[in-house]
Structures are given as C-alpha cells and as structure tokens.
Design a protein around this ligand. Structure first.
Ligand SMILES: Nc1ncnc2c1ncn2[C@@H]1O[C@H](COP(=O)(O)OP(=O)(O)OP(=O)(O)O)[C@@H](O)[C@H]1O
Ligand SMILES: [Mg+2]
Length: 548
C-alpha cells in the first residue's frame, strides 16, 4: 500500500463549503453584525425588494411595515407590498436560497443587485430564533394567494418547505413576508425610523405606512404621483470587461462568430468596429467564439482597449430630478431654503452613472453641528459605514468655507445643512455585500465634488443675500429704537427742539433704508441664474423691509 502522507490526512478534512454556511459564519459581511443593525437590515432588504418589484411592474408602491416586539431582544418584522407578487414555484428559492435573484445578471438600475438580500434575512432569523419565514403572495385577482413557511438548509443552500397552502387574501396582488429575529429597537441615527424617513424622502412616489414597536402608526404620504421612468437594461461596455470575463463570455455566447459576439454581447460595437478590433488582434472575425484560444482572447482584449469606442448609453439611468428631490426634501426636512443639482451622466469601469445632490439650509436645522449627510444609492438610504464611503471623501474634500459654512481641515463642515447625495447606476460598486458604502473610484468622487460645488454655489448665494439683508435690518431696528433717546440728548446739547431733531433723524434712517434696498436689489440682479432649481421659503427679508 502507498505511504500515507500528511497530505492524505489533510485531504480528509477538505470539503466544499456552501455559500449559506459561509455567510452563517460571516453574517457581518451581510450587515447582520449586531441586533440593532439586524432589525434594520431585515426591514431594508424587504422594502427595497418591494419597491423594485412595484417599479418593474409599473405599480405605484404602497408599502406597509410593522415591527412587533415579542421579547426584550426578539421582534417580528412584517413587510407587505402591492407589487406584482411572485409565481408560486419561485417563492421557495427566492426566500430560501442565497444567491438566487433576477437582478445580478442584468445591467439595469435597481435597488437589489446580488440575489442575496432577502434570503440573508431568512438565514439570520433562522440562526437566531430557529424559525423560518412566512410568505404570502398573489399574482392577480384570477389567481389564488399562496402561503409558504420556508426554512433554509444551510449545508446545501436549498430551501426547506415547511408549509405550502392556498389562502384567502384581500389583496389582488402583492407580497407579504413575516419573520421573527433577534434584534433591538432604538430610535435615532441608523434606526429603522430613520431608514423609513429617508426612503420616503428619496422615493416621493411611494406611500409608506409604518407601525412602530410602540404601536404608533406613521404614514408617509406620496409627494408625487408619477412612477420613476422605466429602467432600461443595457449590455456591458467593452471598456469595463476584464480578460477573464471576456474569456468566459466567448465560451458561453450564443452567437456564431467573433464579429457577431462583439456586436451582440456588448454595447456600442458596430460591424465596422468589430472588424477593426479583430484586425488589430489578428483574429478571424468569422471564427467561432468557443474556438478562441487564451492568447487570442488576450489580443482581442488589448485591441478593445486600444480602439476608440463611444461611451455607454446613459438613457438607462433614472435620476430623481431636481424638482422631485426638492419635493422630497421639503416633505421630510423643515428648512428655509432648498436647492438641488443633477449632474450629467458619466462612466466608471464601463458603467454609466450619475450623481445628484439636494441641499436644505436653515430653518430648524442645528447651526453648531456637523452638516447632516444622507447618502443614497439607487434610491436606497445608506445608513452605515459613512466614513468608508466615497460620498464622505467628496464632502470632506470640498471647500465649504467658500459656500458660507465653517469647516476645519479635512473634516465635515459645520452648519444648519442637510446634504442629500444620490448615486444612480446600473451597477453600484459597494465596498461589501452589505451594500453600505460606495467604493472610491476617482471618476465617482470627481462627479460628486462637481455636484456639491453646483449646489454649494446656490446655497452660498442664498446665504449671502439673506445674511446681508438680515444684518442690515437688525441695525436699522436698533437705530430706530434709540431715536427718541438720541433726540433728547442732542436737544439738551444743542438747544434745538427735540421734535425737530427726531424728524431729522428719521429722515436719515429712511434714506439709509432706500440705499440698502437698492443695494440688495442690485445684488439680486447680478446673481447668475444657473439652470438649477432653487426654492427659498423666504428668499430675502426685503418683504419685511418694504412693509416697515
Ligand atoms: N416583494 C417582492 N415582489 C416580487 N419579487 C420579489 C420580491 N422580493 C424579492 N423578489 C424577487 O426575488 C429576487 C431575490 O431577492 P433578493 O433580495 O434576495 O435579491 P436581489 O433583490 O435580486 O438583490 P440584493 O441581494 O442586492 O437584494 C429578486 O431579484 C426579485 O426577482
Ligand atoms: Mg433585494
């Protein structure tokens, strides 16, 4: 018999690891690192899916969220939508199998991308309570509603169906999930409450009803009645593809020749361009893609990089738009001035993206605190990992002193401001599976900074006008108050009648007011009116001055 080596001994311990086992041990990678965050993740994954499903089916979303506290650290999470529902056969896999979904293989703007979100919630619930997920779904009035209780077999990463039946449901279509999990509920920053508020702000077309653990029902009414435009799917841009991916694509394509592969499986490659790429790579354009050897694929890859190809199409992006952003801000934040800026589309690693900014200033916002940053990716609030996010780098690198806020070196500015920063893309480069922070691509940071500057300028002009007008008004008020006293003293000194002096002083005050008015009006005229929308609840205190 052959000698038994250490390697043989080790071989006995080597075995496959299922993705569910991996994430059970590494649940922090999916965002379930503590009970407070876990509760938020459960709500977030379900609500994000509901919004995605409604929009894909062109249904104006109506979403119900409920948190029931069962014990100190045990909650039941309920999320119900009026979406298209889920076909019965698909339900077990969607909820009971990690990495199963409809969005991963498509380049299309959506909240979900990985096919892991809702099954991760089931995995966590099952780990902490031993219970599964209850799902009710109905796809239309002519179909019955189906109810499932699903668990997850972590060793095989497959669903286990504990119960499967048809039920009566008042809803014509939609999906409802219920799950028990270990969690803690706290209000404030990074809470479920904050997430719901921010999701309502950035999705003004959605109606959200939220029943808190304290049994209070909060309704976030719609701010607009139109759905965002329909998301278009695009093909990958050749510049964004890595060699390994190109090789895999060559082997799995359904096209018959390299030329048609290049034209069909990528965006922006015409017949002429395909020919040019093949010529440069010395590859026969009529060759079958599956017969292309590794060195030929590398030649094709280099040839693509050395060929001028226009940027990917950008009509696939779905910005909120400046007006909707301002409506959302006004709905959820009590300030005195609001402005927004949407940047033109740009590209990172072959993926189109765009950045939008909303700013709210003054009103009830805190003057002495750091500016409040609200980060969003494809209309999803990002509540954790602010320090690790590209948005933070862009904000810290912007010179806010020029826009009227105070800022110490390389830090978040201080002032009564909320900054809303939204990245929209067919693929958001998150730093982890928990989708909490945007990776630091230079192209993305550059666009964020340009957007911040655009909105910053609008805010600065408002501050300039208003602070000036307000200060002048205060000075006038003070002077007016002292006129009688001043007149009395001057009358004693000069022997002139007090009434005469008072009249003279009032004349001086009136003249000063006139000069001030024309100064401020002049400043308004010379103000460069940008293309962006800016709304001031109180554009200046001129009205008050005129009236007095
Ligand atoms: N409420 C729902 N209504 C209709 N379809 C749904 C609903 N929830 C989930 N789905 C379907 O189930 C799939 C899997 O959802 P899951 O949250 O696991 O992944 P995802 O949303 O594709 O990506 P991510 O992991 O980034 O969330 C979705 O792609 C979608 O097709
Ligand atoms: Mg999802």
């Amino acid at each position: 018999m052959a000698e038994r080596t250490k390697a043989h001994e080790m071989a006995e311990k080597q075995r496959e690891i299922s993705v569910s086992e991996f994430f059970s041990k590494n649940r922090h990678l999916l965002g379930f690192d503590n009970p407070r965050k876990a509760l938020l993740m459960a709500v977030k994954e379900a609500v994000d899916n509901s919004l995605d499903a409604c929009e894909e089916a062109r249904i104006i979303p109506d979403i119900y969220v409920e948190l029931q506290q069962l014990k100190e650290d045990r909650f039941k999470v309920i999320v119900e939508d009026n979406g298209p529902g889920i076909v019965k056969e698909q339900i077990p896999k969607i909820f009971g199998k990690l990495l199963y979904g409809s969005k991963f293989h498509r380049l299309r703007v959506s909240r979900g991308q990985q096919g892991i979100g809702i099954s991760a919630v089931l995995l966590y619930g099952q780990l902490t309570t031993g219970k599964g997920m209850h799902v009710t779904s109905r796809i239309g009035p002519k179909h019955q509603a189906h109810y499932f209780e699903i668990h997850l077999d972590t060793q095989r990463n497959e669903p286990i169906i504990k119960e499967d039946k048809t039920v009566e449901w008042k809803k014509e279509h939609g999906t409802r999930i219920e799950i028990e999990l270990q969690g803690t509920y706290q209000k404030g920053k990074q809470s479920v409450d904050e997430y719901i508020k921010e999701i309502a702000l950035i999705n003004p077309h959605a109606q959200i009803t939220y029943k808190t653990p304290e049994k209070e029902t909060l309704t976030y009414a719609r701010g607009i009645t139109e759905l965002p435009k329909e998301a278009k799917e695009i093909k990958p841009h050749p510049y964004g593809v890595e060699l390994g991916v190109l090789i895999r694509m060559l082997h799995s394509t359904t096209t018959g020749s390299v030329s048609s592969f290049l034209q069909n499986d990528f965006s922006r490659i015409s017949q002429g361009l395909a020919q040019e790429i093949c010529d440069k790579a010395k590859v026969n354009p009529r060759a079958r893609p599956s017969t292309i050897a590794r060195d030929e694929a590398e030649a094709l890859y280099n040839s693509i990089l050395n060929t001028k190809i226009i940027a990917p199409p950008t009509d696939c992006l779905i910005p909120l738009g400046e007006e909707a952003l301002i409506k959302g801000l006004k709905k959820e934040i009590n300030a005195e001035f609001y402005c927004a800026a949407t940047r033109p589309p740009s590209v990172y690693r072959g993926n189109p993206f765009l950045i939008e900014i909303g700013l709210a200033y003054g009103g009830s916002l805190e003057k002495e605190e750091s500016v409040k940053i609200m980060r969003f990716a494809n209309r999803v609030p990002l509540l954790y990992q602010q320090g690790a996010c590209a948005t933070t780098e862009a904000i810290v690198d912007t010179a806010w002193k020029g826009y009227g806020l105070s800022q110490s070196k390389e830090s978040i500015p201080v002032g009564p401001v909320v900054v809303v920063l939204h990245m929209n893309s067919v693929w958001v480069p998150f730093t982890s599976e928990a989708k909490e922070a945007i990776a630091h691509y230079p192209e993305i940071i550059k666009e964020m900074k340009l957007a911040l500057q655009e909105a910053g300028r609008q805010m600065a002009s408002y501050i300039r006008k208003n602070v000036k007008a307000r200060e002048q008004q205060e000075r006038i008020n003070l002077f007016e108050k002292y006129i009688p006293e001043l007149a009395a003293s001057l009358s004693e000194l000069s022997g002139e009648k007090k009434e005469v002096i008072k009249l003279e002083l009032e004349k001086v005050l009136k003249k000063n007011m006139k000069d001030l008015l024309s100064d401020v009006k002049e400043a308004e005229k010379t103000e460069i009116k940008g293309k962006n929308v800016a709304y001031g609840e109180k554009q200046s205190t001129l009205g008050d001055l005129n009236g007095s």
